[in-house]
Design a protein around this ligand. Structure first.
Ligand code: PLP
Length: 351
């Protein structure tokens, strides 16, 4: 591997890397994309895996360099980022303080169970706006500092210029894998929430896979805002690296057509995508992020934005623990899919 400015930035290994790049021919056939590949970032290892491990490698290295004793971060009640930050804190002998911007659920499920297992202190801020959460985190940091702790605040999703370097590095990893597999992906697609993953893919794409179109499927922000935000984070990250690159909203394709009624609310298309991935490849997606992203892949194939002749990489960014917070919906979808398959089989036998 040749040296790159990325190698000069401190990083603390937390993830199992490289994650596998796997062909997904049966899922690809179901979506009309025979050359579909899945980059298995659900297998990053840290506390059940997911994309945040790569960002945390850079963020936590910075926290350690500053002598931090407490990591403070935020997310929704089913935040994968909060869960993985709590686990990273355990790995480093730190404490974690999580501000979750939801009501406390009557029964803890999924990620929240794991937050508790990792011993994180959880504070709920129902319906808080991001600016209010930021204020609460800053106040908590001040209080902790007054008690002699050294707090380190990780903004929502770890989506800072430093955090997004994890995904620039991930594209370098992918570039080596596609080289080895002798494929030239025309597009790589990922779920977009706080935009740091997308920003990292844009920066990494520019540096290591310049002919691969970066495609984001929003699960939360409106498309125009996400494009601008990702471009800003990517530009800041390039300057952190000392690389003379800048980005604009035109540097990625971004769609919010599969977001549905809002963040964290499953859609029929996302549930169908989760069932398709499970039944064709044994892959576990989730209703908040990757299910919507794969619904987007299916939709873009139907629209012809993703061509059946092209190799397409789907970034599986993790999120499986949230599946268990939607157990009833998942059970219904599984029964519906089984019934549809049974009826299709009956029709086939009759013809
Ligand atoms: C499973 C999963 N996929 C994708 C994302 C989106 O990443 P980002 O917030 O960097 O846009 C997240 C963010 O929390 C996530 O947990």
């Amino acid at each position: 591997m040749t040296m790159h400015p990325l190698d000069a930035i401190r990083r603390l290994p937390l993830a199992h890397l490289p994650t596998p790049l796997e062909p997904a021919p049966r899922l690809g056939a179901a979506l009309g994309l025979p050359q579909l590949w899945v980059k298995r970032d659900d297998c990053t290892g840290l506390a059940m895996g997911g994309n945040k491990a790569r960002k945390l490698e850079y963020l936590v290295a910075d926290a350690v360099a500053q002598g931090a004793t407490v990591l403070i971060t935020t997310g929704g009640v089913q935040s994968n980022h909060a869960r993985m930050t709590a686990a990273a804190a355990c790995r480093l002998g730190m404490r974690a303080l999580l501000f979750l911007s939801d009501d406390p659920p009557p029964e803890p499920q999924g990620n929240l169970v794991l937050d508790r297992l990792f011993g994180a202190e959880v504070r709920f801020l129902p319906d808080a706006r991001l600016s209010e959460v930021d204020t609460a985190m800053a106040e908590a940091a001040r209080d902790l500092a007054a008690l002699g702790e050294i707090p380190y605040i990780i903004p929502v999703g770890g989506s800072t210029s430093r955090g997004c370097l994890g995904y620039a590095r991930a594209v370098r990893e992918l570039a080596e894998q596609v080289d080895g597999a002798q494929i030239q992906p025309a597009a790589m697609v990922a779920a977009v929430g706080s935009c740091g993953t997308l920003a990292g893919l844009m920066l990494g794409g520019r540096c290591f896979l310049p002919h691969c179109q970066v495609v984001g499927i929003s699960v939360s922000p409106p498309a125009a805002r996400a494009r601008t935000q990702a471009a800003r984070i990517a530009t800041d990250a390039a300057s952190l690296l000392g690389v003379a690159e800048s980005f604009g909203p035109e540097d990625c394709l971004l769609f919010d057509d599969w977001l549905g009624p809002g963040y964290g609310i499953p859609t029929p298309a996302s549930l169908a995508a989760i069932a398709a991935a499970a039944r064709t490849e044994g892959l576990i997606l989730d209703p908040v992020y990757t299910g919507k992203a794969l619904a987007g892949v299916r939709g873009l194939a139907e629209r012809g934005v993703l061509s059946p002749d092209a190799s397409v990489v789907f970034w599986h960014t993790g999120g499986a623990p949230a599946l268990f917070a939607f157990a009833d919906l998942m059970r219904e979808e599984a029964m519906r899919t089984t019934e549809d398959a049974r009826q299709a089989q009956t029709r086939k036998c009759k013809t």
